[in-house]
Ligand binder design. Structure first.
Ligand SMILES: Nc1ncnc2c1ncn2[C@@H]1O[C@H](COP(=O)(O)OP(=O)(O)OP(=O)(O)O)[C@@H](O)[C@H]1O
Ligand SMILES: [Mg+2]
Length: 252
């Protein structure tokens, strides 16, 4: 089996005529954890939105292959069914839809693609409660409207809950650590660690080394002005925390 899960080649992206991503190349193998760090506005969320299929961007050239399929022409739901998941930097609120109903819907769609029947209601409830417990989410929270009135940290934990329920092949985490208190960061990181496997890969976007210390990425990429200017190991996060991005600017 081909071990490459995601292959981005020479990707160029514009928004309203401004170049946001420039000749971006990124290859993630099955079972690998990659991280992207970079200054505000460097294009990290743009990349995650492009992967998820947000259509507000103009891909001027380049290619994205995921699970040996051309991702660019697929609608977001088909990308999700292939096993791609994006935890949003700014999770949205969905009034009128409970977390439980939302999770049930995404789980059923996901299972249907795999040719599986929906879980029995009692089994599904057990699964959600088990995963919620790992993340420190109270049962009462599951009945609330999706993210409505949730604190920043609660929204991030809710993103992580979807991830644990779906068990995606590629999880893109766009600053899932931002806004979490120290304890929540620990439980969420541990929860995310639980889905790591030889098959599943993670792309973790972050500004801080704390979550990376827990998740231990194989590679850390530095994105500046829409371009990956450096790729290294976990030591990169220490360098950035110490000296910022200054040392990497020269390479752009
Ligand atoms: N819809 C849009 N219209 C105009 N400019 C946009 C739009 N979306 C993003 N941009 C611009 O693209 C650039 C990259 O934004 P992006 O959100 O990808 O940055 P980021 O690396 O995720 O930053 P942060 O660390 O602050 O989350 C920014 O300059 C941003 O203002
Ligand atoms: Mg961002």
């Amino acid at each position: 089996m081909n071990n490459t899960l995601l292959k981005i080649k020479n990707l160029n992206v514009e928004i309203e005529g401004n170049k946001i991503l420039r000749n971006l190349n990124l290859e993630i193998n099955r079972g690998e954890v990659h991280a992207i760090m970079g200054p505000n506005g460097s294009g990290k969320s743009t990349l995650s939105n492009i992967l998820a299929g947000n259509d507000g961007y103009n891909i001027t050239s380049g290619s994205i292959e995921f699970c040996d399929k051309n991702l660019i022409n697929l609608p977001p739901n088909e990308r999700s069914n292939l096993g791609l998941f994006l935890a949003f930097q700014y999770p949205i609120e969905i009034p009128g839809v409970s977390i439980m109903n939302f999770l049930k819907t995404i789980s059923e769609c996901n299972r249907k693609t795999k040719g599986l029947e929906p879980l029995k209601p009692s089994d599904f409830l057990k699964l959600v409660k088990e995963k919620a417990k790992i993340l420190g989410i109270e049962d009462d929270e599951l009945k609330r409207q999706f993210n409505v009135g949730f604190s920043g940290g609660e929204k991030k934990r809710n993103e992580a809950l979807q991830l644990l329920i779906l068990d995606p092949v590629l999880s893109v985490l766009d600053e899932t650590d931002s806004g979490l208190d120290v304890d929540a960061l620990n439980v969420v990181s541990e929860g995310i660690n639980g889905i790591k496997s030889n098959e599943n890969s993670l792309l973790v976007i972050t500004h801080y080394k704390k979550m990376l210390e827990k998740i231990q990425p194989n590679k850390i990429h530095i994105l500046i002005n829409g371009k990956i200017v450096f790729t290294g190991g976990t030591e990169v996060a220490d360098l950035i925390e110490k000296n910022g991005f200054e040392g990497f600017q020269d390479n752009v």
